[in-house]
Design a binder for this molecule. Structure first.
Ligand code: SAM
Length: 250
């Protein structure tokens, strides 16, 4: 990926100084996720983070801006999804690609705020890297959301099939797709084959411009039972232009 990283951007986002998007050096899964966890637990305001999804997300984003770039959705895009959650009021949300649980914490908190205290809301976060899920579970617990967020280790497709077979998942109100562009359409089709996406369900696919998911876009845009549109978005850190595809089942 080639981005134009200007001196102004480097001042705004110091982490970009050490970021390398050329593919020569990894920009995730190089130990930075463990460093994020250690950095959070060494904060002098740690006690104020306990039970506060907003503060835990702010801390993850501060690390991504000041220390090391993270592939989380970032606050600007997350606010677009938060508005959709406020409109849809989902009780069951599933995300494909959990990473450090930034989106899980942000969106599960947004879901919980839309419902009365005793309403059951479930956020399933499917992530295949067991090291990532261990850290993510820790951060979800710190944010006080362990009763809402279920983090499942395994490839998204296999976890969807297993959760459906175990009768843990029979429908999805909002599906958030954020794992690997090449897998977007195949894992979406698994949701279809399991009849998880009923009329009215909303699907939000991130990064449809960069790195892109052309087969997914082609599939949903030609699908007779789907209404779909691209929404412009900005990646933080970096202020890079991107798009999300927002799709509704007719
Ligand atoms: C962009 S990150 C997700 C960011 C996260 N949604 C957030 O905003 O905080 C993509 C994640 O998808 C995971 N991933 C990639 N392919 C996957 C697959 N087939 N099944 C599950 N997770 C996958 C990667 O390990 C990575 O953690």
């Amino acid at each position: 990926m080639a981005f134009n990283i200007t001196p102004e951007l480097l001042e705004k986002y110091p982490s970009l100084k050490s970021a390398d998007f050329t593919g020569e050096k990894p920009f995730f899964n190089d130990g930075r996720e463990g460093r994020l966890l250690e950095w959070i637990y060494a904060r002098s305001d740690l006690e104020a983070l306990r039970g506060s999804p907003a503060r835990v997300c702010a801390a993850i984003e501060e690390f991504a801006i000041q220390k090391e770039f993270l592939i989380s959705i970032g606050s600007t895009k997350a606010k677009i999804v938060e508005e959709l959650i406020a409109a849809e009021k989902p009780k069951v949300m599933v995300e494909l690609g959990g990473y450090m649980a930034y989106s899980a914490i942000f969106f599960a908190d947004a879901m919980r705020r839309q419902h009365a205290k005793d309403t059951k809301v479930q956020y399933w976060s499917l992530e295949y890297n067991p090291l990532f899920t261990s850290i993510a579970m820790n951060l979800v617990d710190l944010a006080g959301l362990s009763d809402v967020v279920q983090i499942v280790t395994g490839t998204a497709g296999s976890s969807l099939k297993r959760l459906a077979a175990e009768n843990k998942l029979d429908h999805i109100d909002v599906l958030f797709i954020d794992h690997l562009g090449d897998n977007y359409h195949t894992d979406f089709q698994i949701c279809e084959s399991l009849n998880l996406l009923k009329s009215g369900a909303l699907i939000i696919a991130d990064n449809t411009l960069i790195p892109g998911a052309p087969e997914y876009l082609d599939y949903v845009r030609k699908h007779p039972k789907l209404d779909t549109k691209a929404v412009k978005s900005i990646t933080v850190p970096g202020d890079f232009e991107d798009e999300m595809e927002i799709t509704k089942v007719k």
